[in-house]
Design a binder for this molecule. Structure first.
Ligand SMILES: *Cc1c(COP(=O)(O)O)cnc(C)c1O
Length: 297
């Protein structure tokens, strides 16, 4: 067995856990969390799913180095660094922000400790990733920002298969956060249920659909984009969001983080309050992980 197969095939199914909160019980709604935050200590959640077939492909092509892109706090950068180290690839991370250094924050420090070579580029240069890849990435396997591509969609689709084997009853809604759209695309590609997408950044419905459907050839009928829960934009946090995350964690003993999963869960609770879901409905929220980037508060 190759090192990539050894890494990806020795992982157990993640739990599908009911959220025990009287808030849902009183309203006759069942909410489950697909706990992909537990999938691997370093390559968490949707990043594990998205990288799987990309690393198989890189290995198949006999490529030794992975190159990818991300911001200073990118969970994707951390995941590529850790997965690359575990499976024997060299890794290069093109990081947005020329003022940064390998010890600027825990994410970059972690990536660097995993052996990732970090190249810091200006915001202007970062916009043209094709050119960066051409200039610095000769002979590398290029993984796009956030890891979203067709092979990522294939990996995320396996979450849906797993859920179907874990829960025999019909599901009404599958919920996910959105950053670059690959995760939402993967769920949509395989789900019978409607997919509710919660962008963690301030974008319009059409922009979110463009991000998702560039990876898919199917109608948009099953997707619903909920743009109200970005809390001011990507990486922005409010006191109300902190309070919600803290209360949820105390109530359920399930950790969230503030960039993606906290915003999605806030949105689900708020939609329940507004009567969006009907009594008797079953909702599954995809816990995409990302706890390495959870702020301490
Ligand atoms: C990267 C990430 C997302 C966003 O996934 P996309 O496929 O880029 O939309 C959501 N949640 C967590 C925890 C992430 O790290």
């Amino acid at each position: 067995m190759g090192r990539v197969a050894a890494f990806w095939e020795n992982t157990a199914q993640t739990p599908l856990q009911i959220v025990e909160d009287p808030f849902f019980i009183e309203r006759g709604i069942k909410l489950y969390l697909k706990r992909d935050d537990l999938i691997h200590p370093q390559v968490s959640g949707n990043k594990w799913r998205k990288l799987k077939y990309n690393l198989f492909e890189a290995e198949k092509q006999g490529i030794k180095t992975l190159m990818t892109f991300g911001g200073a706090y990118s969970n994707h950068i951390a995941a590529v660094a850790a997965a690359g180290q575990a499976t024997g690839f060299d890794t290069i991370g093109m990081i947005r922000g020329e003022e940064l250094r390998a010890d600027t924050n825990p994410t970059l420090r972690f990536a660097s400790q995993c052996g990732m070579k970090l190249l810091f580029v200006s915001r202007k240069d970062y916009r043209n990733k094709e050119e960066l890849a051409e200039r610095h990435g000769a002979g590398c396997y290029i993984i796009p920002e956030g890891g979203s591509n067709t092979l990522a969609v294939k990996g995320v689709a396996e979450v849906v298969t797993e859920i179907q084997s874990q829960l025999r009853t019909p599901v009404d809604y599958l919920c996910t956060s959105l950053g670059t759209g690959g995760t939402a695309a993967g769920l949509l590609s395989a789900s019978k249920a409607k997919v509710l997408v919660f962008p963690s950044l301030k974008i319009k419905v059409d922009e979110a659909k463009q991000m998702i459907f560039q990876h898919l050839s199917m109608s948009e009928a099953k997707a619903e984009i909920i743009t109200d829960y970005h809390f001011g934009g990507y990486g922005k946090v409010t006191e109300e969001l902190w309070q919600f995350i803290k209360t949820f964690e105390i109530q359920t003993h399930i950790p969230l983080e503030q960039v993606y999963t906290g915003k999605m869960m806030f949105g689900i609770y708020d939609l329940v309050k507004k009567g969006f879901f009907k009594r008797g409905q079953v909702i599954i929220a995809f816990h995409t992980g990302g706890l390495q980037g959870r702020a301490v508060f």
